[in-house]
Design a protein around this ligand. Structure first.
Ligand code: ZN
Length: 405
């Protein structure tokens, strides 16, 4: 039965990543042997042993390739956690002592891996994704509150209220586009001489647009007084004109998004696609103050050096990701996995900091998974393993993404 590190201490006084890997490798071997031989063969124990085996395989891979201390660290830590669980299954004292000695070996290896300077990490340049045509320029945002004949005063969106909502929408897209879009916002009120009925709506809308028409690129946000139109028309947008029920800024942001070419942000929730389910984007059905990385990219609003192409030939390549909303910070916002078939995959970080995987249909996106750390295997769509292997002092995540044969 193998156990304990076989490398004498004096050989590893100087930190050396290869030796550190060997130490952990051998220690894992020892522990795995012990556990395999002593566990009660109940399901939990078998599962732990299988997991440890997997971790050992990875450490063995790492032992042959130095300078990956962050990845090794995460993997070894995972192994230590698993082994901690396994001690419950060890019955006799002698074996428990051997496991403990092997643990010390692992921790020793861990310590050395920890000491390897970050400069030893492979810092390869990124290949950036091709840039998209930019949605940019100056847009007249004409915001009109309809004054239906039968509307009560408090149902009416006034000219100043319409303008105020328009300004907030403009600020959002000016910021989201990193200044590529600019807006001239005006607010108006339009008196309609008929009651608010579904059959009267299109004419009222067209008359309002005609009255306040502007040359140049113009979007019209038409605020209809809430519930004043029979038949409960939903908000919608097309051909430069958005119709808004009520005075919600969220709806206005969403519909202006459509006018700028965006589509919905969905999410797979318990395996089923909710077409409006990604609450991190204003293009969902939920309150939000951002778009998804896939959407920023599609609109041409992500600077060239913020979207790295995933290199599947380099599974150990480390990508350093800031959060998607850190517009003022230099660095990568997302990793793009371009696929010949199927939707492209975007790996980025949410406003809160966690990792998130999106599929992209171009203007729309579908969230596959959101997770705080560790590793996620997207078995269903991309087959990617996405893994947080560490973090920098200033809060960026060190991420790997790869496909395993
Ligand atoms: Zn919509």
């Amino acid at each position: 039965m193998a156990c304990c590190p076989k490398v004498p201490l004096e050989q590893i006084i100087q930190p050396d990543e290869l030796i550190a890997c060997e130490v952990t490798d051998q220690a894992f071997d020892g522990v795995t042997d012990i556990i395999t031989n002593v566990v009660d063969m109940d399901e939990d124990a078998v599962e732990i042993v299988e997991n440890v085996d997997e971790v050992v395989d990875e450490v063995t891979d790492l032992a042959s390739a130095i300078k990956k201390e962050e990845g090794a660290l995460a993997i070894v830590q995972e192994g230590v956690d698993l082994l901690d669980e396994s001690t419950d299954f060890i019955k006799d004292e002698e074996t428990a002592q051997k496991v403990d000695a092997a643990f010390q070996g692992i921790k020793l290896g861990l310590g050395f891996i920890n000491m390897i300077p970050r400069s030893a990490m492979v810092q390869e340049p990124y290949n950036y994704a091709e840039t998209r045509p930019q949605v940019k320029g100056t847009i007249n945002l004409v915001c009109i509150g309809l004054k239906w004949k039968n509307a009560r005063p408090k149902q009416i969106v006034s000219a100043s209220k319409a303008r105020s909502i328009g300004r907030q929408v403009a600020n959002f897209y000016q910021k989201s586009s990193r200044g590529l879009l600019k807006f001239n916002v005006t607010g108006h009120s339009f008196k309609v001489n008929v009651p608010g009925r579904t059959k009267n709506f299109n004419k009222a809308k067209n008359d309002a647009v005609k009255k306040f028409q502007k040359p140049g690129k113009t979007h019209y946000l038409i605020f209809s007084s809430l519930n004043a139109i029979e038949g409960k028309r939903n908000s919608n947008a097309g051909k430069g004109v958005a119709h808004l029920r009520g005075d919600s800024i969220r709806c206005a942001q969403h519909e202006e998004g459509h006018l700028l070419g965006l589509e919905h942000s969905g999410a797979y929730i318990k395996g089923k696609l909710d077409a409006y389910g990604d609450g991190h984007s204003v293009m969902s059905g939920l309150p939000a103050n951002l778009l998804t990385a896939a959407q920023y990219y599609h609109q041409g609003w992500m600077p060239k050096d913020e979207a790295a192409l995933l290199d599947l030939d380099k599974p150990d390549k480390v990508y350093e990701l800031k959060r998607v909303n850190q517009f003022d910070k230099h660095g990568l916002s997302c990793i793009v996995y371009k696929r010949d078939e199927g939707r492209d995959v975007f790996i980025s970080r949410t406003q809160q900091g966690g990792l998130v995987i999106h599929l992209s249909t171009g203007p729309g996106s579908q969230r596959v998974k959101m997770f705080g750390g560790g590793r996620f295997h997207d078995k269903k769509f991309s087959k990617l393993f996405v893994e947080k292997i560490g973090a920098t002092d200033d809060g960026n995540f060190l991420v790997r993404a790869y496909i395993r044969d």
